[in-house]
Write a protein that binds this ligand. Structure first.
Ligand code: CAA
Length: 286
């Protein structure tokens, strides 16, 4: 079965890798050649590490990467039974991309969005197959995190939901049914916590203390600020803004420090500076 993943950023390339690892033929599509090159280089590097660690053999690496193709044209969604969209979180962009996918994909193809909070029903309205559109929200890093949030739009039919749930099982993901509301399920709980952690830094707390508190006091694998740097300060702030505007509730007020960090280009690990500093390999500098 062929799967097309549209968007080759951090999420898109990880989702493409996830499907290729599970045995699917995958095409990862992005109109930016630089994004495709970066995605390919990152996936190659990850697999080199897996070989070096003895987790997989060189042959297995070649076999998996042989199933993972890259393309600069949306027409390559043709022949895919499932298309996963993972482009930036801008509703107009998503609608344009969905209309283009709808035009090129086979009539029975299911199209899912990896949006972390935008309206599935609105995205689906850009297509002529809104019954075959739903949300399938992966978590970063997509090949590692076991959860897939399933979000039905108003028109999503049972056949589409059941098929996506079945496919989720084949790639080793456990699903939860999340409501079509801002933040869905995880981000509605997680992101306000990260936001609160940023408020504490703004009030003078040391970032390492805040992260250690949550790692050692709650057994979190990463502290909330480390996680913000890992996912991207801009991405986290965008989600918080979505909660604030979507619920029209002041309890979701984004922390001003996050706004200033994004304006300054302190986007976390990817820019080398967030709550912490990073070297060119993404390792934290003390
Ligand atoms: N991409 C792909 N795989 C990655 C990765 C990445 N960026 N980072 C780590 N991995 C893989 C490694 O390859 C390794 O795989 P193998 O065991 O097969 O070699 C595995 O993850 C473990 O990596 P490490 O041993 O290097 O590191 P670790 O044990 O410290 O674990 C972690 C790293 C899995 C990221 C862990 O720290 C963790 O679970 N952190 C929390 C992540 C989290 O909360 N994610 C949710 C973010 S919120 C979100 O995604 C919502 C949204 O809408 C943006």
């Amino acid at each position: 079965m062929k799967v097309a993943v549209v968007g080759a950023g951090l999420m898109g390339s990880g989702i493409a890798q996830t499907f290729a690892q599970a045995g699917y033929e995958v095409v990862n599509i992005d109109t930016f050649a630089s994004a495709l090159e970066k995605a390919k280089a990152n996936v190659d590097k990850l697999f080199d590490k897996k070989v070096a660690k003895g987790k997989i053999t060189e042959e297995q690496k070649k076999e998996i990467l042989g199933r993972l193709n890259y393309s600069g044209t949306i027409e390559d969604v043709k022949g895919a039974e499932l298309v996963v969209e993972a482009v930036p979180e801008k509703i107009d962009l998503k609608k344009t991309i969905f209309a283009a996918i709808d035009e090129q994909a086979d009539p029975d193809t299911i199209i899912v969005s990896n949006t972390s909070g935008l309206s599935i029903s609105e995205i689906a309205s850009a297509t002529k197959r809104s019954n075959k559109v739903m949300g399938a929200h992966f978590f970063y890093p997509a090949p590692v995190m076991k959860l897939l949030e399933l979000i039905r739009g108003i028109d999503t039919d049972d056949a589409t939901y059941n098929k996506v749930k079945e496919i989720a099982g084949t790639i080793g993901k456990t699903t939860v049914d999340a409501p079509e509301l801002p933040g869905f399920m995880v981000n509605r709980i997680l992101v306000p916590m990260q936001n609160e952690a940023a408020f504490m830094v703004m009030e003078g707390c040391d970032p390492t203390d805040v992260d250690n508190a949550m790692k050692l006091g709650c057994n979190f694998p990463m502290g909330p600020l480390e996680l913000t740097d890992f996912v991207g300060v801009d991405i986290m702030l965008g989600t918080m803004k979505g909660l604030y505007s979507g619920f029209c509730d002041s309890k979701y007020r984004p922390c001003p420090l996050l706004e200033n960090m994004v304006k300054a280009g302190h986007l976390g690990k990817k820019s080398g500076q967030g709550f912490y500093k990073y070297d060119e390999n993404g390792n934290k500098i003390d």
